[in-house]
Design a protein. Structure first.
Lengths: 874, 121
């Protein structure tokens, strides 16, 4: 019996046909034999036999693959139906495409960030380890001797390595350049399971200070500076005026496990024996990475680290309780806090999809009314209810299919837009390929939505009592009050979802505004910053560097179109960096409770140029030099924390015992210098003329009324004129800098804002659709009311009251929903409460207004009905 | 909503009975669809009219279940027709159905009291 289905099917069809022919022939013959007239006999036989097509169809269903055949037929039928109603089809497909597209786009980010693994072999066995040191602030760094301890004593790891990222000046190849480099343990590359493309990795011996003058180039640096030549190996290069030998080149696809691109690696270079003595001169490492041994879990590793740590004496300035060890998967460290954001976004687009479904369900219900007759006729001809439901569901499925295709196209098309918002440094987000997982997700969400929006209308439409709808003139529509309830529910749901989305979007927007624009403490417009580190060899700290900086700032400040130049630290800060200090006349604080502050050398022009207001005392002056009394400025945060109530002006502080006491000359306003989301850190500003130069990672900054970008080459030229050997690092405007720093919340805010706006549109359209549908439904009733003397105003009031009920229910549910769901985004909010009354009242008020408008238009239409026309048309 | 409910009940009742009637008819020998219909009608003294709309789907379903088999043959009037006959499993099925049926009809007869001998097919 196993035959090729299609072939077999045709034969069976033929056979069934013949079987029935035979039946009819025999029946007719019997009748003729009984003496009936040939014609009458044939007619009677056919009548007796019944509906031949129906019988054939039901018989065919018995064969088993009737369902597949029916599905194909239904699909064709659905396509025909959809083509006949282009307006409906277009709207529904568009709405669905938006819903599915938004979901797919967000899912593709989740897929890239959370589901794909890091680009290292067995990357799920890689851990990040670091110490969290809680003093007056919280630092995430690891003491080098502790790292060395872990390395010696652990049993959990196959290998463990540390690294520090730093900017260094590369000379001896071509133009001097500043590049981002790392100092890394020799164990690091092997534990990432990466081999240099050319040459070799560091040896263990080279980890030691004094033996660390070797370097491995990144592929891109190798291409740029050595033209990709093999002769690069063994060449000398100069890093910060020290000679290093190139020993290797990394493969092109290698990406060091930090957010930024690393151009060059040198050994960690620690004096391990000295570090292990744990004297006060011990250093730190920023990141530690380890690979778990097979069979060891992260929890076991964490427990072991804690045991090792408990046996280690803390340094003199810290206590045991102040140091905790943090162990987490490397992936989590790199992806960071983006997980919550992504799931919030997924939730938002999920809501959006439900809204889209509700809208399409609306449309389908409207269509079901116009197709009531069709359904009734089909039902009368013998189609079972299940068959009709199936058919309408297939129509929904076809609709969802087209919508899904549209959604994929939308997701594909918005990919580049999305990518431009995606913050740098999340591994895997360099591209957003639409892989099978994403396609599967899109298909699944389309199918789910087909069920959601299709089932309700299908059941109501197919449930129509046949005789009822055929006999009446179509005045009485199916389902009566039940149907109306359904519609009201639909409209309320849409409104509720819109409230959830809009309040969420509103909170995110406010939070972003607070983060990016409020309380910056300075004016960022039209500032251009340039990273410039005076060469340590030629401009050592002291008179030489001071003179160089004086000359540089004067030269830049005098450029045409430049209002002035300054040097110093720039908000929002490159991370938190503080040091101890003491105040004259106060007792030495206990270990671990010392006073700490960010400490920056700045030019006298710094505060004027950045527009940082002076709160007390005087600002720094050009006349504050080595020849005069040493002074500093402090910020308000420092004054509040360490001088509670006292007047700091005139008091003195120093940072190192060897330093002179410096008088506090003034207090300036706080600047967001510890990151946009952190509260400002206590800060001390020193005039560079008295400290002899700038610290690491400080900037030269100019203000200009012109477009700052146009001045970049001018600035470079001036520096080169002054000293052709002096490299200039990265340049960026302060706005760029702030945007970059706020890029993750910005992405979330923009996306959530878009989703909220889309949600608003969908909900409004949906509400309008339901209301006008209800009005159309009650046309004849309204006609009668008007005919027997109701005023148009009464009619309008009646419809509006119906609308009010829907709106009220929607808003009540929406507020509750928003209160619950916004708690989930609490951790993403900055400077605004998740139940912010202003946001809630504004959103609800706005939505209520829009909803009322959506009701008002149909209500007005209803009041303008001409009773005669309406009643006659029935 | 009364109408569709009643309609459905009628079909359900018919289905189980019809299967048995068909199998029983085929017990005496192979027969074609028309013949089966006539036989059932005659066997119930013209009381039970088999609707073709139920008969053919039932025949094809029973064939799929493997209880009957079909082949094309010529009838006594030289009319080519599809003949159905019982298979071994169909015979077993009939025996089972018959015993269940007699239990049921005995029970019904007991309930209805003597004299009412409805449902004896």
């Amino acid at each position: 019996m196993k035959e090729w289905p299609l072939f077999s099917r045709r034969r069976r069809d033929q056979s069934l046909d013949e079987e029935i022919e035979a039946h009819l022939a025999m029946a007719t013959r019997d009748r003729i034999e009984r003496g009936e007239d040939a014609h009458a006999a044939e007619a009677a036989t056919h009548r007796e036999f019944g509906n031949r097509t129906l019988i054939q169809e039901t018989t065919r269903e018995m064969w088993g693959w009737g369902s597949l055949e029916a599905f194909v037929k239904d699909t064709r039928h659905a396509l025909r139906q959809l083509r006949k109603a282009p307006g409906f089809t277009l709207t529904a497909v568009l709405v669905l495409a938006l819903g599915v597209g938004a979901n797919t786009a967000v899912f593709s980010i989740i897929d890239a960030v959370l589901l794909r693994s890091l680009p290292y072999t067995d990357s799920d066995r890689l851990l990040w380890i670091g110490e969290v040191i809680k003093g007056n602030t919280v630092d995430e760094v690891t003491l080098t001797p502790d790292f060395l301890n872990w390395r010696e004593q652990n049993h959990a790891f196959t290998a463990i390595g540390a690294f520090n990222v730093l900017t260094r000046t590369l000379t001896g190849v071509a133009e001097p350049v500043q590049i981002r480099t790392v100092k890394a343990s020799s164990a690091l590359l092997p534990l990432l399971k990466v081999q240099p493309l050319l040459g070799r990795n560091f040896s263990q011996n080279e980890d030691q200070k004094g033996h660390d003058q070797v370097a491995i180039l990144s592929y891109s640096l190798w291409q740029q500076s050595f033209g990709g030549s093999n002769t690069a190996i063994g060449r000398d290069i100069r890093l910060d005026d020290q000679v290093f030998v190139v020993i290797g080149v990394m493969p092109r696809e290698f990406h060091f496990p930090v957010p930024e691109a690393i151009e060059l690696l040198t050994p960690l270079g620690k004096n391990e024996a000295a570090e292990l003595k744990r004297s006060d001169g011990m250093t730190i490492v920023h990141d530690v990475i380890a690979r778990l041994k097979p069979g060891v879990t992260m929890e076991q590793a964490r427990a072991e680290m804690e045991v090792i740590q408990s046996h280690t004496a803390p340094p003199s300035f810290l206590s045991h309780a102040q140091i905790t060890v943090r162990v987490l998967p490397l992936r989590d460290r790199l992806v960071g806090d983006v997980r919550t954001t992504l799931f919030v976004l997924l939730g938002a687009v999920g809501f959006l999809l439900v809204l889209a479904c509700a809208n399409v369900a609306n449309l389908l219900l409207g269509r079901a009314v116009s197709r009531q007759r069709e359904m009734a006729i089909r039902s009368a001809l013998g189609a079972s209810r299940a068959r009709l439901v199936k058919q309408i569901l297939v129509e929904s499925l076809v609709l969802a299919g087209i919508g899904c295709a549209g959604g994929l196209a939308l997701a594909f098309w918005t990919r580049s837009v999305l990518l431009s918002f995606v913050p740098k440094g999340i591994p895997g987000l360099e591209a957003l390929p639409l892989d099978l997982r994403v396609l599967g997700f899109a298909a699944m969400s389309a199918c789910a939505s087909a069920l959601i929006f299709g089932l309700g209308p299908a059941l109501t439409a197919a449930g129509a009592p046949i005789a009822h709808s055929l006999s009446s003139s179509g005045r009485s529509l199916i389902g009566g009050t039940r149907r109306q309830l359904w519609l009201n529910l639909l409209a309320s749901t849409q409104l509720a979802i819109a409230i959830v989305l809009l309040t969420g979007g509103g909170l995110m927007l406010q939070s972003f505004w607070n983060l990016r624009y409020r309380n910056l403490g300075f004016r960022p417009e039209r500032l251009l910053a340039m990273r410039l580190q005076p060469s340590r060899a030629r401009y050592p700290h002291g008179a030489k560097q001071t003179a160089f900086l004086d000359e540089l700032l004067e030269s830049l400040g005098n450029l045409p179109g430049v209002d002035g130049a300054a040097a110093g630290d720039l908000p929002p800060g490159d991370g938190h960096a503080t040091n101890n200090f003491v105040i004259e006349g106060r007792p030495e604080p206990p270990a671990g409770r010392g006073m700490i502050a960010g400490q920056f050398a700045v030019s006298a022009s710094y505060f004027r140029l950045l527009d940082i207001p002076l709160l007390k005392g005087r600002t720094l002056m050009e006349s504050d030099t080595v020849a005069t009394n040493p002074v500093v400025l402090i910020n308000d945060a420092l004054a509040r924390r360490y001088f509670r109530g006292e007047n700091p002006i005139g008091q003195s502080l120093r940072t190192m015992p060897a330093d002179p006491w410096r008088t506090i000359a003034g207090v300036v306003q706080d600047v967001k210098n510890a990151g946009l989301a952190a509260s400002p850190e206590p800060t001390i500003y020193f005039p560079y003329r008295q400290t002899g130069g700038l610290g690491d990672s400080e900037w030269i900054v100019i203000r200009t009324p012109l477009n700052p970008i146009g001045l970049e080459s001018e600035l470079r030229k001036r520096v080169t004129q002054l000293d052709p050997q002096q490299p200039v690092g990265q340049m960026q405007t302060l706005d760029q800098r702030l945007n970059e720093s706020a890029s993750r919340p910005r992405l979330a805010t923009i996306l959530l804002g878009c989703f909220a706006a889309l949600g608003l549109v969908l909900a409004t359209v949906g509400l309008y659709g339901v209301m006008s549908f209800l009005v159309r439904w009650r046309f004849s009733e309204i006609g009668i009311r008007l005919a027997i003397g109701a005023q148009p105003r009464d009619v309008m009031g009646m419809i509006l009251i119906q609308g009010f009920k829907v709106i009220f229910a929607g808003i009540a549910v929406g507020i509750c929903g928003a209160l619950v769901s916004n708690r989930l985004i609490q951790s993403l909010l900055y400077g605004v409460s998740a139940v912010d009354p202003l946001t809630f009242s504004l959103t609800v008020g706005f939505l209520a207004f829009v909803a009322l408008m959506a009701c008002y238009i149909p209500a007005r239409q209803a009041s303008k009905i001409d009773p005669m026309t309406t009643l006659q048309s029935e | 909503m009364a109408k569709p409910e009643g309609f459905r009940n009628r079909i359900d009742l018919l289905q189980g009975t019809l299967d048995m009637l068909i199998l029983q008819t085929l017990w005496v020998g192979a027969q074609h669809g028309y013949g089966i219909g006539q036989a059932i009608r005659a066997g119930s003294s013209d009381v039970r009219q088999v609707e073709t709309g139920s008969l053919y789907p039932a025949l094809h379903r029973l064939e799929k279940q493997g209880w009957i088999k079909s082949e094309w043959r010529s009838s006594e009037h030289n009319q080519r027709a599809k003949y159905y006959r019982l298979t071994a499993s169909g015979k077993k099925q009939l025996a089972g159905k018959y015993s269940r049926w007699s239990q049921l009809s005995a029970a019904i007869a007991g309930l209805m009291g003597p004299g009412e001998s409805e449902g004896q097919a």
